[in-house]
Ligand binder design. Structure first.
Ligand code: CP
Length: 305
């Protein structure tokens, strides 16, 4: 049985198969509408979510399956002190597969150790968010037609942003991907990512706090939110939250074929005036998340069309 805890749990071949299947589903969703008849997905969300939980649920419903679960720790027996290990032991007899979001790094790994069904990490603290990465990759593959030879700008909270950490880990596996990491000094990528993944991997990258300067070089701009919930100190959050705001004036520096991605939710970091720019693809990206999660559910359950 396979779980998905980190993007690196998938080999390059497995990843490519999931993205290709996701694209096939995108083109002919009705062909897949009974693949999961009789199967159940449990969504165990100990932390708020709109896209991830609902796109997982939509994915399973689109495949003909059913969903059950909880959307906050408060509405589960976690509020009474039940451990993740005990919860997953029980859920293993209620569902065929589960997606778990948890504020603590490593919680889905603990769940996987005690589970009899595939566990999908739907985001653990500031650590990983592998299904957001699948969403990002299918968006890049579908819109750009390639995953290599590009300059990717990542902007915002690169320290706590689990989507950034997962996406860097995934993109370094492709050829000639260069990173421009744009953030306030306090919100730069964690040391382990800089040293073990980028420097040790011989990856070309720049860390900077200048967005406009590097805009003309970018093929992808991946904007992220400064996450209030990860700060220990409200003053720091208020000081840093509006460090970078992408607006129409800054978009004039960008290539005509650059794409702006964002895992969402957005707060202030992309002005709504950018939404109608054809290069702004973050809502399309959220839509693609359903198709790639359909492909992932099928793959982890060992189901074919
Ligand atoms: N991108 C993402 O994880 O969004 P949600 O927090 O709404 O699930």
């Amino acid at each position: 049985m396979k779980h998905l805890i980190s993007p690196l749990d998938l080999s390059m071949d497995e990843l490519d198969d999931i993205l290709t299947l996701g694209q096939n589903i995108m083109e002919n969703p009705e062909r897949f509408s009974h693949v999961c008849d009789g199967k159940k997905l449990a969504t165990l969300f100990y932390e708020p979510s709109t896209r991830t939980r609902l796109s997982f649920e939509a994915a399973m419903l689109n495949l003909g399956g059913s969903v059950l679960g909880f959307s906050s720790a408060d509405s589960s027996s976690a509020a009474k002190g039940e451990s993740v290990a005990d919860t997953i032991r029980v859920i293993s007899s209620y569902a065929d597969i589960c997606a778990m979001r948890h504020p603590k790094e490593g919680a889905p790994t603990v769940a996987a150790m005690h589970s009899r069904i595939p566990v999908i990490n739907a985001g653990d603290g500031g650590h990983n968010h592998p299904t957001q990465t699948l969403t990002d990759l299918i968006t890049i593959k579908t819109l750009m037609g390639r995953m290599d030879n590009m300059t990717v700008g990542m902007c915002g909270d690169l320290k706590f942003g689990r989507t950034v950490h997962s996406l860097i880990n995934a993109l370094v596996r492709y050829l000639n991907v260069r990173f421009i990491l744009i953030s306030p000094t306090e919100l730069r990528i964690p040391d382990y990512l800089r040293q073990e993944v980028l420097i040790d991997g011989g990856i070309d990258f720049i860390e900077t706090n200048e967005l406009e300067k590097y805009m003309p070089e970018l093929d992808i701009l991946y904007m992220t939110r400064v996450q209030r919930e990860r700060f220990f100190n409200e003053e720091d959050y208020i000081r840093l939250k509006d460090s970078f705001i992408l607006d129409a004036a800054k978009m004039r520096y960008a290539k005509k074929d650059m794409y702006v991605l964002h895992p969402l939710p957005r707060v202030n970091e992309i002005s709504t005036e950018v939404d109608n720019d054809p290069r702004a693809v973050y809502f399309k990206q959220a839509e693609y998340g359903v198709y790639v999660r359909m492909a992932l559910i099928m793959t982890l359950l060992g189901l074919t069309e």
